[in-house]
Design a protein around this ligand. Structure first.
Ligand code: NAD
Length: 330
């Protein structure tokens, strides 16, 4: 296939498709499969218990792919604050070429990574945060619409608005994140000015994603209505798969008279959510999913998925081109 965008050129990848960071999902198996299929696979740093474990996971990924891959470092409230700079230092020491950053106050980590010449792809959910990241010198923005999984931000602006705002005002290349699962979506993102797309939930539902097959099937069975927004009260709104624990968490959030995060913590704990991916019980804990679950109907390999998306995108652009021909020529 032939895609030639700022993203494919700068990262040395074939398809303008990035696998976004996903807690408890972004391991070597998935990142290498996405990279081998022509996209950019990404390891999630905080999924590794220590910086040394991240170093080992990077080494493992290198045994599985010779193609470029990146690392995600997300800076959001956690129950145990991780040593972000040490994870960033591992990326530098291991010669990682691209890091996806996300979250609050990313300045110091971005500065450290940029000093080593690492390409920064910064994810944000508002144009205001994107503009601040531009000042920090990021190379690409990942514009994350309200449709997305996980941390949606507090502004609730969907990608139809956000992407055009990015095109109109940022002056830095960007990719589109949140709500993407197929080539029609890729073509639309390119039309709106993006250099590519980021997909998370779609990649969870692939053969190589290292999560239980029952969770992949739960994604296939779900509709776009099956997500829940939790933790708005703590300005850390997260879009979760709608299950028993997410609904209980929301009840606690609404009923709480103290407003203390500790009340909801046992429900939203990442450790409990991780078990879901291991034991396959979709109701064991909370796990993130985007509204795009309504567009996911199968469990392909990463190669099948990326090849299909490329083909659909090209067909979609050709179909659109026909609209501009005079009717007599059709
Ligand atoms: P965790 O178990 O520490 O926390 C569970 C959830 O509660 C997370 O969404 C976290 O942001 C939130 N939280 C924790 N303390 C909070 C507080 N004091 N106030 C408000 N919200 C609070 O998290 P985890 O699942 O072990 O994940 C570790 C980190 O990775 C978290 O920062 C999480 O947000 C982040 N994360 C990253 C990705 C990614 O794509 N890289 C995806 C999901 C989560």
């Amino acid at each position: 296939m032939g895609f030639n965008t700022e993203l494919t050129r700068r990262l040395g990848i074939e398809a303008p498709i990035v696998q976004g960071g996903m807690q408890w999902v972004g391991y070597a198996e998935l990142a290498s499969a996405v990279s081998n299929a022509g996209g950019l696979g990404i390891l999630t740093a905080l999924t590794q218990p220590t910086p040394e474990d991240l170093r080992k996971e990077i080494a493992k990924t290198r045994t599985l792919t010779k193609k470029p891959f990146g690392v995600n470092i997300t800076l959001l409230p956690t129950m145990n604050a991780p040593p972000y700079n040490e994870y960033a230092q591992v990326c530098i020491n291991e010669g990682i070429k691209v890091v996806e950053t996300a979250g609050n106050s990313p300045g110091p980590v971005i500065k450290l990574l940029k000093s080593a010449g690492i390409i920064i792809l910064h994810k944000c959910t508002t144009i205001r945060h994107a503009a601040s990241a531009v000042k920090l010198g990021v190379d690409f923005l990942s514009i994350d619409g309200f449709e997305c999984a996980g941390h949606v931000g507090e502004s609730d602006i969907t990608n139809f608005i956000l992407l055009s705002r990015a095109r109109q005002s940022l002056g830095v290349p960007f990719i589109a994140s949140g709500g993407f699962a197929d080539g029609q979506g890729l073509a639309a993102a390119l039309a709106l000015g993006a250099e590519g797309i980021n997909m998370g939930t779609r990649f969870m539902c692939t053969v190589e994603a290292p999560i239980h097959v029952k969770i992949k099937q739960a994604i296939v069975d779900a509709s776009e209505h099956d997500t829940e927004l939790v933790m708005r009260r703590w300005t850390n709104t997260s879009r979760l798969f709608k299950n028993k624990v997410a609904s209980e968490a929301l009840k606690v959030e609404r009923a709480s008279t103290t407003g203390k995060f500790e009340e909801i913590a046992p429900f939203v704990s990442g450790k409990r959510g991780r078990e879901v991916f291991i034991n396959g019980d979709k109701d064991f804990g909370v796990w993130t999913a985007g509204q795009v679950i309504g567009l996911i109907h199968d469990i392909p390999t990463c190669q099948e998925l990326i090849t299909r998306i490329e083909k659909e995108a090209i067909e979609s652009v050709e179909r659109t081109r026909k609209v501009f021909q005079p009717q007599s020529k059709l």
